[in-house]
Design a protein around this ligand. Structure first.
Ligand code: COA
Length: 331
């Protein structure tokens, strides 16, 4: 049975840097509060006109270049986002069109911050069962256009950034290499703990002046609830993956956690007994870019030489839904 190999990774972040100090011009917050509670120093926000599909295209081209492949080698696209360019169709088809891949299937994944791990789970199954041999897996997010940047929305507005990350996954025959397992979960009892209620197909029209006046088109979050579950579910998902592969935490060489909050990643690190050098953090520069965080962090870690052949890589995510999951990869 073929194994899923990461043949190339890439990322794109907008040029516009928004510092914590910039946010103090918009809302009642401070650099100290944001750094202390989240570790974030700055994030990237798009300029008008940028689309999720275009950011995805740029990240994808970088990943294809690293893989040494032309876009025409791609058999399928899996794209994770909670901020599609339009209500429908999914962003995957816009990326497919931009890459000139007519006829190639494009699947959008709606699993929020866990989208990349969910997408990896699907892509890995497709590769192992032989349905596709080269899959472009992308996580992309434009959060900035949907945030309440007034003091009322400050709890969320300071957290999120924009960006895209991509991986080219190929079928490999070397049994000692590739994705070892993926484990994904959800618990819809907490769907409203982090959500955006409008626009909604439950209502006609789907968004009203009332919705906008009440701010229902902005994301809402019960921050403490999310924090509590994240620091439990992420270590749990890693332990589940290790147990399934007869491995232990001491076998992990590098952990790329979803970048939700530096304090969350530090607690996950502590619970797993890992050292600083074994955990990738880039939240201080990008904030939480939702489905894009893991592929951006992974692409950066590779470029910094933090992974070598044979290393055990662990990916772990948690997010709105709640959804969570993990993956182990023998590099
Ligand atoms: N700047 C300044 N003050 C802020 C603020 C901001 N950006 N956001 C909230 N506050 C205020 C609150 O209004 C509150 O004030 P009050 O005590 O006068 O009512 C105070 O800070 C404490 O708020 P609280 O929400 O209790 O803070 P917290 O310690 O829970 O930290 C988060 C808030 C958002 C940083 C934290 O809950 C968190 O990180 N949660 C997880 C978020 C996450 O990961 N989301 C994505 C999941 S994928």
């Amino acid at each position: 049975m073929p194994r899923t190999i990461f043949a190339g990774t890439g990322y794109y972040v907008p040029d516009r840097v928004v510092t914590n100090r910039d946010l103090t011009q918009l809302m009642d917050t401070s650099d100290e509060w944001i750094v202390e509670r989240t570790g974030i120093q700055e994030r990237r926000w798009v300029d008008p006109g940028m689309t999720s599909a275009e950011m995805a295209r740029r990240a994808s081209l970088m990943a294809l270049e690293e893989a040494g492949l032309e876009a025409s080698a791609v058999d399928a696209i899996v794209l994770a986002t909670l901020t599609p360019d339009v209500f429908f169709p999914g962003t995957g088809v816009f990326l497919q069109r931009a890459l000139g891949l007519e006829g190639v299937p494009a699947l959008d994944i709606r699993a929020q911050c866990s989208g990349f791990v969910y997408g990896l789970s699907v892509a890995d199954a497709w590769i192992r069962c032989g349905q596709f041999r080269t899959i472009l897996l992308v996580g992309v997010e434009i959060q900035s256009t949907g945030l309440d940047v007034s003091t009322q929305g400050r709890d969320l507005a300071v957290l999120f950034g924009d960006g895209a990350g991509a991986a080219v996954l190929t079928a490999g025959e070397d049994a000692g290499r590739g994705v070892l397992s993926t484990h994904i979960h959800a618990d819809g009892r907490f769907a409203e703990s982090l959500w955006a209620e409008a626009s909604s197909s439950k209502k006609n029209p789907r968004i009203s002046a009332d919705d906008i006046a009440a701010g229902r088109h902005y994301p809402r979050m019960e921050g403490k609830e999310v924090f509590k579950h994240a620091v439990t579910r992420m270590p749990e998902a890693i332990h589940e993956a290790l147990a399934a592969n007869d491995l232990t935490t001491s076998d992990i060489d590098l952990l790329v956690p979803h970048q939700a909050n530096l304090r969350i990643s530090q607690m996950v690190q502590k619970r797993l007994g890992l050292e600083d050098r074994q955990v990738v953090n880039n939240i201080e520069r990008y904030g939480n870019t939702t489905a894009a965080t893991i592929p951006i962090a992974l692409a950066e870690a590779i470029r910094e030489g933090r992974l070598k052949r044979g290393d055990l890589l662990a990916l772990v995510a948690f997010g709105s839904g709640f959804t969570w999951g993990s993956a182990l990869v023998r590099w």
